[in-house]
Design a protein around this ligand. Structure first.
Ligand SMILES: Cc1ncc(COP(=O)(O)O)c(C=O)c1O
Length: 379
């Protein structure tokens, strides 16, 4: 076998694959049951009418051939309807929406569509650990904008370096904050100054707490001229395993995704699209229930900590670990798995991300173990 192509060699260690490996090895050791808050894997599935729509559509004889390569117009109309009705944004379903098999795929494809060899992808740090992967495949380097908790994790985009693209993510994984005032406007200014593109990863857009409204980047004046938003079915509807999402916004960027799609994929199983339409257009009470559930669990965890963490959305709580406590120690001594902060970029060192996408019972046990671990290092 010849050596691996450079683009494969450039891929960084996949943070979550490595984390899952460490957690399974720890779980296999003797001791009390391991509690895993490391991975964010929604445990609440979609509402019954969505599963029923999948079942019905899979029963049609016509469902099993190749579906249209660029997606069914009906599916794109459904997401355009959501943008209009919920986020106050008009998008043309024909030219401003691309259908993708989950936004993780979109993150890589956008890097390939926006960055040439030697270009720079700009990332506020901490960032979602999958962002560097697309840059590696594209041959782009990463420039980070370090964020600080005392500044509300807000990036100073007017001082940000040039680059071919900027990835933003609100509500933020891992920082769990919503877009600070003015950040989206500053992102449009950055794009105009550099002639580059903004990608807003809106994976958790609807998972916002304490009455905050969902906020789309595309509602910002000028946003569609310079960027796109990634919209995922995974978190809003608990459909993470279904692998379906959208790239919405700037028509040229959408066309680049569609072009990649023409060459590398053949549509998305039509019954999945029918179910996505049912989710987007059917009753929405499950979304509010899901948000209330995550908010309640956030409060359970917060009550166990010496100071309540800032957590405005997502199903993660991002905490600073006290001196003497580390993710490794929590795993070894408390059998509590969390996602170590350093995997989210240099500014994540000393922090940890805890998922509440687990049952209430698991959150309660985790809260007890966390409280004990904090008390042990404070003593
Ligand atoms: C910030 C962020 N973006 C994107 C994704 C990918 O979501 P999906 O591929 O399920 O749409 C995730 C998944 O956890 C995420 O946390």
């Amino acid at each position: 076998m010849r050596p691996r192509p450079a683009r494969i060699e450039r891929l960084p260690e996949q943070y979550f694959v490595a984390l899952l490996g460490r957690v399974s090895a720890a779980a296999a050791q003797a001791g009390p049951p391991l509690i895993d808050l490391g991975r964010g894997n929604p445990e609440l599935g979609p509402p019954p009418h969505v599963i029923e729509a999948l079942r019905t559509a899979a029963g049609y004889p016509s469902a099993h051939g190749y579906s249209p390569i660029r997606g069914l117009p009906r599916t794109k109309e459904a997401i355009a309807g959501r943008y209009r009705d919920l986020y106050g944004v008009d998008v043309d379903p024909a030219t401003e929406v691309a259908l993708i098999p989950g936004t993780k795929t979109g993150l890589v494809e956008l890097a390939l569509s926006l960055c040439d060899d030697g270009d720079t992808l700009v990332l506020p740090d901490p960032y979602y650990p999958d962002y560097p992967s697309g840059a590696a495949l594209a041959g782009a380097r990463i420039a980070t904008i370090p964020l600080r908790p005392d500044a509300g994790w807000a990036p100073d985009l007017d001082a940000a370096p040039d680059g071919a693209a900027l990835y933003l993510n609100y509500p933020s994984n891992p920082c769990a904050v919503c877009a600070p005032d003015g950040v989206f406007d500053a992102a449009v200014r950055w794009a105009r100054r550099t002639g580059s593109a903004v990608v807003h990863d809106a994976a958790y857009v609807d998972v916002v707490f304490d009455g905050r409204p969902p906020q789309s980047f595309l509602a910002t004046p000028g946003a569609k001229d310079v960027g796109v938003e990634l919209w995922s079915m995974s978190k809003t509807y608990g459909m993470a395993g279904w692998r379906i999402g959208f790239v919405v916004g700037n028509a040229e960027i959408v066309e680049r995704i569609n072009l990649l799609n023409d060459h590398s994929r053949v549509g998305i199983f039509a019954p999945l699209q029918a179910a996505a339409v049912a989710a987007l257009e059917g009753p929405q009470d499950s979304v509010a229930e899901r948000v209330a559930t995550y908010q309640r669990r956030r409060d359970l965890l917060a009550a166990a900590l010496p100071e309540p963490p800032v957590c405005e959305g997502t199903f993660f709580v991002w905490i600073q670990l006290p001196q003497g406590l580390s993710a490794e120690r929590l795993l070894a001594e408390e059998r509590l798995a969390v996602a170590p902060g350093e995997g989210f970029g240099p500014s994540g060192a000393g922090w940890a991300r805890l998922s509440v996408a687990v049952s209430d019972e698991v959150v309660e046990i985790a809260a007890e173990r966390l409280q004990r671990a904090f008390a042990a290092v404070a003593a």
